[in-house]
Design a protein around this ligand. Sequence first.
Ligand code: COA
Length: 376
Amino acid sequence: MQVNELVVQSGPSAAKTSGLEGVVVADTRLSQVDGERGELVIAGSRVDDLAGHASFEAVAANLLGEARYPLDGHLPTLLGRARVAAFVRLADRALGVAAINPMSALMALLAGLGDELDVVGVLGAMPVLVAAHARAHAGLSAIAPQAELGHAADFLSMLGIADTGPRARALDAYLVTVCDHGLNASTFTARVVASTASDTVSSLVAAVGALKGPLHGGAPGPVLDMLDGAARAASPRAWLEAELAAGRRIMGMGHRVYRVRDPRAAVLERAVERLDSELAANGGHDAERTRGRLAQARNMERAAEALLAERHPERRLRANVEFYTAILLEAVGIPRELFSAVFAVGRSAGWLAHVEEQRRTGRLIRPQSRYVGEVA
Ligand code: COA
């Protein structure tokens, strides 16, 4: 892909770069997305070597270290304390936003953290706020965090899913897989807010707003809706054709940067396989359900890829991270309306590292627009 390092100029001579595609607006040490080769490097390591091998805490510490954020002591301990502190301050407020959707509630609760909270305080608060809202929404009381648990296991516990084994490992692999991804829309949003010298919490609130959109982080819930819909249709292809005929996009397919299959799709697909075999070893019906869903998803992916290749021979549209996010989070036991908020819990590590990195540049991000209106 051609990379355009020019700032888009205003005025009649401005180069039109639709959606800022290919425009570089920051130097970063945090992650590298190679869209042609389908490779993702996070804080110096390939995503395949991280997910399932390093904990979320370890990868978050690497990201914050690359952003030169000072971490006194071990991040797991600091994060455990931050979860408890957030619970004490904010869990009750979840009742006040119980009726609104999880992403809007997350923005409201985050904003309530105040301007003074530091990076670790915000990172620790994220799962607490999501879980407290989910419980309040379901009419249940909040479950207090356990500082000694890992971040993923404690998040599950606060959601009412008690599993420090297979499901916690799968969720941990997921949080690692999505923790950073170049200058995606929400990370760019966080950096723009940070560049104005605003506070950390404000950057994160704005980033959550960007992630909420279905073209960015809002797709995995609809991916499950798609699989359910296709199961009722004559065939996956018939369902997909009807969607396209109605002018809708196929969720979980296509990407702004990748021209090959999103490498995170493969990482998450493997994590689901591992979860499935660990659940099977423990006995019970969950493994059977997961295996059935995985087979259905693979079938759907093949049908969608073939159909989109016919419709867009000029542009490879293949599965993105959200396709197998849906399968993994469902297998872990998380309700689909929470998928985007769980994504935010993982991505918050990257957002916070980018906020710190942007701050160090001290430079306001302020592009220009091209005026195409009239002058009276
Ligand atoms: N389903 C159907 N058509 C799609 C498509 C999809 N998932 N993704 C792209 N296209 C089509 C576009 O409509 C466009 O067609 P047109 O030229 O006839 O208008 C063409 O492919 C080129 O796409 P473009 O709009 O340039 O891609 P983009 O870089 O702006 O879009 C996404 C990237 C991710 C926004 C897009 O692929 C999408 O909407 N995917 C579904 C949502 C999703 O899964 N989001 C999660 C992303 S991680």
